[in-house]
Design a protein around this ligand. Structure first.
Ligand code: NDP
Ligand code: 8X3
Length: 250
C-alpha cells in the first residue's frame, strides 16, 4: 500500500511536533516545518527517514515555494495538510495592544495559512486528500485579551467550512480542531518568554497535552474516506465558561 504523506506546519514544538510524531508512528511520511532548524533536525534524527524537515517562515511565500519545490521525490504527493503553525501575542485589552503584534498574528494565523492552503489545494484535490486546521476555542468564545488572536481563529473556522462547500464533490475532507487550554510553548510565546506566567497559567489546571491533540489529528486523518469531521472542540475538564459582564454607572 502507498505510504501517505502529511505536511505539518509548526512542527518544532507543541501540537505540531506531537502530530508529526503521531503520524510517523502510525506509518505516515511527514514533512515537518518551522523556523527553528535545530529542532527539526532533532526530530528527523529521532523519527528517521519518514520525516523530512523543511525550514521556513510560513509568512515568507517565496521560502515556502522554494521548500516545496525542493521536496525529495517521495515526499511530493501530499495527502494531508495540517495547518498548525500559529501564535498569540499579548494578553492585554485591544485599546492597549501593539499593532505590530496584531499584524504578526494575522500574517501567521491567517495570511500564511491561506497561502499554503492555496498552493497545496490542486494536489490535495488530485489525491482526494485532507486538510486539518488548528483553530481554537478563542474563535468561538470571546475572552478578555483574546481580541485579534480570537479573530484570526474565527477566520480559520469559517474558512474551513467555506472550503468544504467549495470542495463539494472533490472527495477532499476539511476539518477544524478547536482546542482549549493545551500546555505547550504557546503561553511562553504569547507573553514574550515569561516562564512564570506560563507556569502559573497551567499550574494545577491539568491542561490538555500536545499529545492529546495529536491523537485527535491522527484520528481525523485516519477516518474512513466517507467521513468528515467538520469541527471538533476540546477542553480539559478543568476549563469551562465564564459569564457575561455588565459595566454599571456610578
Ligand atoms: P507552540 O508555540 O508550542 O508551537 C507553535 C508552532 O508554530 C511552532 O512550531 C512554531 O515554529 C510555529 N510557528 C509560529 N510562527 C511561525 C512562523 N512565522 N513560521 C513558521 N512556523 C511558525 O504552540 P502550540 O503547539 O500550542 O500551537 C499550535 C497551534 O495550536 C497554533 O495555531 C495555536 O494557535 C493553536 N492552539 C493552541 C492552543 C493552546 O492552548 N496551546 C489552544 C488552541 C489552539 P517556529 O517558532 O520554530 O517557527
Ligand atoms: C489557545 C487557547 O484560550 O488561550 O487558542 O485562547 S486560549
Amino acid at each position: 500500500m502507498r505510504v501517505k504523506t502529511a505536511i505539518v506546519t509548526g512542527a518544532t514544538s507543541g501540537i505540531g511536533e506531537a502530530s508529526a510524531r503521531a503520524l510517523v508512528g502510525a506509518g505516515w511520511q511527514v514533512i515537518a516545518t518551522g523556523r527553528r532548524a535545530e529542532r527539526l533536525d532533532a526530530l528527523a534524527a529521532a523519527l528517521g527517514e519518514r520525516l523530512h524537515p523543511a525550514v521556513f517562515d510560513v509568512r515568507d511565500e517565496a521560502a515556502v515555494a522554494a521548500a516545496l519545490d525542493a521536496l525529495p521525490e517521495r515526499f511530493r504527493g501530499i495527502d494531508l495538510l495540517v495547518n498548525n503553525a500559529g501564535l498569540a501575542l499579548g494578553t492585554g485589552p485591544a485599546q492597549h495592544a501593539d499593532l505590530a503584534q496584531w499584524k504578526t498574528m494575522i500574517d501567521t494565523n491567517v495570511t500564511a495559512l491561506v497561502a499554503i492552503t492555496h498552493r497545496l489545494l490542486p494536489g490535495l484535490i488530485a489525491r482526494k486528500g485532507a486538510i486539518i486546521n488548528l483553530a481554537s476555542i478563542a474563535g468561538s468564545y470571546p475572552y478578555p485579551g483574546g481580541n485579534v488572536y480570537g479573530g484570526t481563529k474565527a477566520f480559520v473556522q469559517q474558512l474551513s467550512l467555506m472550503l468544504r462547500t467549495d470542495l463539494h464533490g472533490t472527495g477532499v475532507r476539511v476539518s477544524t480542531i478547536d482546542p482549549g487550554m493545551v500546555e505547550t510553548e504557546f503561553t511562553l510565546v504569547r507573553t514574550g518568554g515569561d516562564r512564570d506566567a506560563s507556569d502559573t497559567l497551567y499550574a494545577g489546571a491539568e491542561p490538555m497535552t500536545a499529545a492529546d491533540i495529536a491523537a485527535t489529528v491522527l484520528w481525523i486523518a485516519t477516518l474512513p474516506p466517507h467521513l468528515n469531521v467538520n469541527r471538533l472542540e476540546l477542553m480539559p475538564v478543568s476549563q469551562s465558561f465564564a459569564g457575561f459582564q455588565v459595566a454599571r454607572h456610578g
